[in-house]
Design a protein. Structure first.
Length: 220
């Protein structure tokens, strides 16, 4: 007996919910690795899901890690997606600081665990690396580029290449990730992180704020 379309749709929706719950749990496990190695078995254990649960929702390890990358990209991009249209340099500053704080936190916690997991699994798969870039870093950089382009079009910023500027700012925000991978996990206090992010955004804006925006701020 053939199953109804509504039953198949319910199954698809249930599977999508299960995938979302698993990805959220694994991201949380990656953000709090403790002293355990970064291998998949330990991460699965900390997530609270069994391998059977995970492999019933995902067809392969590649699909799982790409889903985690997509989840992180969406989370990091939220301050850019929730924004109102920027009208002043202060609007741009506030959005970039909010974005920078979220990105910096993820780059010093979850994504450190994610990279270490990939290293532990010896993932040297060019096609997977391409999928991860497209699902993660490229999406975040594109959304930042779109925000900077809009600020430029509205005369708030003066930039000739929004892609280059987006990559420069992303490089600044990724410093905690590089530090944690090369040295020790970042242990700075939130206040220090906030100060660093705000200072970095201010330097970035100082280099590309339009003359009109600077005059407007001084007049206020």
């Amino acid at each position: 007996m053939r199953r109804s379309t509504s039953a198949r749709a319910d199954d698809t929706e249930s599977r999508q919910d299960s995938r979302s719950d698993i990805v959220s749990a694994i991201s949380e496990a990656l953000a709090h690795p403790g002293d355990a190695p970064g291998g998949l078995d330990n991460i699965f254990h900390r997530s609270g899901y069994s391998q059977e649960d995970i492999w019933s929702a995902f067809e392969s390890i590649d699909d799982l890690v790409v889903a985690v990358a997509e989840h992180e990209a969406l989370f990091i991009s939220q301050p850019l997606m929730r924004r109102v249209r920027p009208n002043t340099l202060d609007d741009v500053r506030d959005t970039l600081v909010a974005f920078g704080l979220v990105a910096s936190r993820e780059y010093s916690t979850t994504l450190v665990g994610f990279v270490r997991m990939m290293m532990a699994e010896a993932a040297r798969n060019p096609s997977l690396k391409k999928r991860l870039y497209e699902a993660g870093s490229e999406i975040v950089t594109r959304r930042l580029r779109e925000f900077l382009s809009e600020a430029n079009e509205r005369g708030i910023l003066s930039i000739s290449d929004a892609q280059v500027c987006a990559e420069q700012l992303m490089g600044l925000l990724r410093e905690p990730l590089y530090q944690a991978l090369m040295l020790n996990p970042v242990t700075s206090q939130n206040g220090t992180t906030a100060d660093r992010v705000k200072a970095g955004v201010e330097r970035f804006l100082h280099g590309c704020a339009s003359a009109r925006s600077v005059r407007y701020e001084r007049a206020i």
